[in-house]
Write a protein that binds this ligand. Sequence first.
Ligand code: 6PG
Length: 238
Amino acid sequence: MQLRIQPTSESTAADFASFLKEKLQAQDVLHLALSGGSTPKLLFDHMTAHADDFPWERLYLYWGDERCVAPNDTESNYRMTNEHLLSKVPLPKENIHRIMGENEPKIEAVRYGELLANTLPKQHQLPVFDVIMLGMGSDGHTASIFPHEAHLLKENQICGVGTHPESGQKRITLTGPTIKNAKCICFLVTGAGKQEKLSAIYEQTEESKSYPAADIASGHQNVIWFVDTAAAALIPPA
Ligand code: 6PG
């Protein structure tokens, strides 16, 4: 388990930003799938504050998941990304491929899957992202694959429809096979609320086998965890 531990959530975001910057400097095109929720805000704010460091024209953005809401809804991952990043940096509009949360979920899952199939390089008949950024919920979910919908980890579609276990909110999500087909998977996990699940995944406990984040991490050879000391507090020192 490749762990990059930083003292704070801000320095974790900065560490991941420098990882992305190095990747962008090393290749002409980078296909990156973004996670949503609140953790990415610090990353986007850091990238915005250091916008001159990034060759934006090389970056092609997608999302690993999106809530089934309008793009200007306060719940929208696209809206959050636009507020903290897209509206502030010179990323060409044509490089941005948002999931249309306003569409009927099943139809959008097919549409977005076809977009990915037609836009990204393919391997094993699946689109290949250079980097997929993922968060992890305090229940061990990742993207919008929740523990009660583990079938999405094995679904043979490129995208599926998930359901938030408390709110019942529908979400479009990349499926497990699509995520695992990426060249590199980067988890960005900060805060004390994640420490129990993170240490269970690190220790590979029986319980952790039910966490979608653990399934994704165990099924890939190039997974990097960008975490802060609060999230890593229960992991024994190296
Ligand atoms: C979403 C995310 C989701 C998120 C985790 C962690 O749409 O909410 O993609 O998988 O990454 O829930 O969320 P926080 O960063 O808010 O803790």
